[in-house]
Structures are given as C-alpha cells and as structure tokens.
Design a protein around this ligand. Sequence first.
Ligand code: GLP
Length: 238
Amino acid sequence: SLALYTVPDAAGLGALGASFIEVLVRDRADAVLGLATGSSPLPVYRALAEHELDLSRLRAFALDEYVGLPAGSNQSYAAVIDREVTRPLGLDPDCVAVPDGSAEDPAEAAEAFERRLESAGGVDLQLLGIGHNGHLAFNEPGSPLDSRTRVQRLSETTRRANARFFPSIGEVPQFCITQGLGTIRRAKHLLLLVRGGEKSGILKRALTGPVGVDCPASILQLHPRVTVISDEAAASGL
Ligand code: GLP
C-alpha cells in the first residue's frame, strides 16, 4: 500500500518524516534505520535532532557511497552521514554502516556491506530520495529490479546533478557502491522524501507509470508498504 502526504514546505517534511523514526525507535530502541543522503532528507535529520530521543542503540545503514574519493574527503557520504546524522543525533558510530568506497577491492566491500545488512536482520525503515532521472540510491536507469549492493558507474546526469557539492565536475567520482533495488525492496517500510517542482515529473512517472528499469524508483509500486512525503511543488503532477 502507498500512503502519500503532501506538506507545505521543508519544515513540514522534516517534522512528519522525523515522527516516523520516532515511532520506530520508541517501539524498538535497536531498530534498523536506512539512511539516505542528498538534500531531501536533511530536514528530517534536523527535526529529529530536536526530539532529544535516545538514539544510541539505533542501528543505521547508508544507501550508497562514492568510490575513489581522496582520503578524508568531506564529500564522501561517510563524512556527510557523520556530520548530518551520527553526531547531531547521538548515534553510536560503531552502529552506523556506510559502504567502504575507499576499499582496495570495492566489489568485495559491496558484498561485505550486503552481508552486514543481512546479519542485522534487514532494514525496518528506509529513507529514500529520488534522483532527477528516477534513480534510487545510485541505481541508475537500467539497474536490474532485483539487484544487490554492487559497484556502479554514475550516469552523466547524476554526476552533473551532484557537481554542486564538488569544486568542479571533474572531481565528481565516476563510480559508486550502491545498495541494489532488490536490497532496497527488502526493507520493511520505505519512506520517500521529495522536494521541489523539478521532481514533480519524475515523481509522477515513478508512482503512476509502468514499472520498469528506465525508472528505478518505479519499484516503489512493487513494495507492500511505502510512504511518500512530498512538498506541494513536487506533488503538483499527481
Ligand atoms: C543522490 C543520492 C541519492 C539521492 C539523490 C537525490 O545522487 N545518491 O540517494 O536520493 O541524489 O538527491 P536530492 O535529494 O539532493 O535531490
């Protein structure tokens, strides 16, 4: 089933998104939360920080990571998650897993990540954003709908969209490690966060168009429990 909430602005998205995490943690302090990067989930993390919950037993898994950034880069998703999530929310760093994009063998690092996720019992609540081309995590169009955590080449669209976080486009990595669409589909509850009018077309495509590899986010239609929180601009096409 799909529940769609439309909120006026980022503050509304943050407050509602944070309430889903709060309910999860009150039920089970050591629940497994799936973290997303990108700008869409940031208001959720900020709102949650104000709840002053004890999140020290929460376990968290990131969706994706760049491959081959220089050591200590603050553009890595590990650094972003540390800055935006682990520290402000008081998570235990040992309970936060991000695929190791600096591993000598990224393919092996991807497999190790998938194994760790499985041995944690899977994700209870997975936060998601949607890319302009319909990607989920870094599953670009063409990704198999049952794929697992693996190394992927980033599309030019995605590299251009993410260039704003780097000094220049040349510094945006060519590869990443991403949870697969099959990995994401195993989470018990998917929570998609969408902001801005430039996402309205792709959101409509994902939720109402045919399910297919040209729009990875269309797998939301195959999942038994999806919640979408969208601002009015992004929901305008629905
Ligand atoms: C990035 C991330 C995705 C994210 C997407 C949308 O490339 N890998 O996980 O959902 O872009 O980002 P934003 O929320 O900033 O639009």
